[in-house]
Design a binder for this molecule. Structure first.
Ligand code: UD1
Length: 432
């Protein structure tokens, strides 16, 4: 079963702060980043209740504008409360973020954009203080289509008098999901999914009931794992357009990719061809699939070049993949992946969220046992990774903190079906 997208759920939870009415968010993934955001909302004075996989957020009169360091430090995405808080309360004090070990992650676009909307921003003693008695609509051009900045500005602009235009906006499916959520609350927004988004601010926002869009990065990860192991994997519930470029790359490697309405099936019969990938903002190749793809390219018959354009220092998993037998070297923001390599199991440590998924991918293929440590990184963004992989026929168990792969013969993944979790088909057999 595909979970709701981490990168959408976190933002929808924050957006619930924009109204004093309760909001219900369905298909929220059970991951630690969501737990951190729930703790943040509670620290801000909101009530958050669980109802199955739905969360109900009620940010009533007790809402305060102070986002504490302990939580922002744990999860950089917490800065997304900045826009809603300044919109709702006219002020916010947010600790400066820490976050993933993937290079410096600045927030200058967020701050410049909020200043364009008339907010004053001061940074002192590790805290960002934002104040505005009344936000004003403006044209806000972003130097780069930053996902987080687009989202913070979208939410702030709902309270700005007049029409705000975000130029060079991010176009990720999670941005569209946030706009749908805001529209459900009564906001007037046009252009979601394009580079120019218009927001007519000043409309009173009310509660909403919304289901989170399916997680394209989770889907891409399981599809990669399926191809790596030579099994057949089907994801259901995700619009294939959300992974269009990625699926084209898999086809370029010789993978049989079939798409139907909200269903994607991958199957590999023969050898994999090397390809080059270059990460870019959506609709380009997602940086969040880059590490897992390096694990897969290690199995291809030849040399592939991976170029990381979105984040600095996002090749932190390379040394660990090489410990499993991969042949990857890096030079600046390029990685050269030599294949094919016969991977062999070892003890490795997840350096970050997607790097952890890449190590599990390699571990599924590697001969012998692979122990992946520091699995708390994986828990940040993958709901029950070991359980879902086991349902696909993989040999993965969670031991203590981490998943262990490959105690039997190399795994071959079968079917992954949102409607029927745990459906199994023989290797190469007819999955759904
Ligand atoms: C979001 C996703 C993350 C994904 C990334 C890119 C969430 C919780 N996280 O992160 O999984 O990998 O989009 O698709 O949704 N930058 C600046 N100044 C800023 C903002 C960003 O220089 O004010 C730079 C960053 O350092 C980075 C690049 O822009 O190099 C992209 O960042 P951005 O698109 O903002 O990513 P996030 O929203 O942090």
């Amino acid at each position: 079963m595909l979970s709701g997208a981490k990168n959408s759920a976190l933002k929808l939870l924050a957006a619930s702060l924009l109204t004093d009415e309760p909001c219900t968010i369905r298909r929220v993934p059970r991951i630690t980043d969501v737990a951190t955001m729930v703790a943040m909302l509670r620290a801000l004075g909101a009530d958050v209740e669980h109802a199955g996989d739905a969360l109900r957020v009620h940010a009533g009169a007790a809402l305060n504008g102070c986002a504490p360091y302990e939580l922002v430090r744990t999860m950089r995405a917490s800065i997304i409360v900045m826009g809603p808080l300044v919109a709702r309360l006219g002020e916010a004090t947010i600790a400066m973020p820490g976050g993933c070990n993937i290079g410096p992650r600045r927030i200058d676009f967020h701050i410049r954009g909020l200043e364009k909307l008339g907010a004053t921003v001061e940074i002192n003693h590790g805290f960002i203080k934002i104040h505005s008695s009344q936000l004003k609509a403006a044209v806000v051009p972003l130097d780069y289509p930053s996902v987080g900045a687009t989202e913070n500005l979208l939410m702030a602009a709902t309270a700005a008098d007049g029409e705000t235009v975000i130029e060079n906006a991010a176009r990720e499916p999670e941005i569209i999901d946030l706009c749908d959520f805001l529209r459900g609350m009564g906001a007037v927004i046009e252009g979601a999914g394009s580079s120019t988004i218009h927001i007519e601010g000043g409309h009173a926002l009310h509660g909403v009931d919304h289901e989170v869009v399916a997680d394209r990065i989770e889907a891409g990860t399981y599809l990669i794992m399926g191809v790596a192991t030579g099994g057949e994997v089907t994801t259901k519930g995700l619009d294939p357009m959300h992974l269009e470029l990625f699926l084209g790359k898999l086809r370029g490697m010789g993978v049989d990719v079939r798409v139907a309405d909200r269903s994607i099936t991958v199957r590999r019969d023969g050898p994999l061809a090397p390809i080059d990938i270059s990460t870019l903002p959506h609709p380009g190749f997602a940086t969040d699939l880059q590490a897992q793809m390096m694990a897969l390219l290690s199995l291809a018959e030849g040399t592939s070049i991976v170029t990381e354009n979105v984040f600095e220092n996002r090749f932190v998993v390379v040394d660990e993949l090489n410990r499993l037998g991969a042949g990857i070297s890096t030079s600046g923001h390029h990685a050269i992946v030599e294949g094919p390599r016969a991977l062999s199991g070892s003890v490795v440590e997840a350096p970050d969220l997607r790097g952890g998924a890449a190590l599990v991918t390699a571990g599924l293929v590697a001969e012998g046992v692979t122990d992946v440590g520091a699995v708390h990184h994986i828990d940040r963004g993958y709901e029950d990774l070991a359980g879902k992989l086991a349902a696909l026929g993989a040999d993965v168990t969670r031991v203590g903190e981490g998943p262990r792969t490959g105690e039997g013969p190399p795994s071959s993944l079968s079917s992954y079906d949102e409607a029927s979790p745990g459906v199994r088909a023989g290797a190469g057999g007819g999955g759904t």
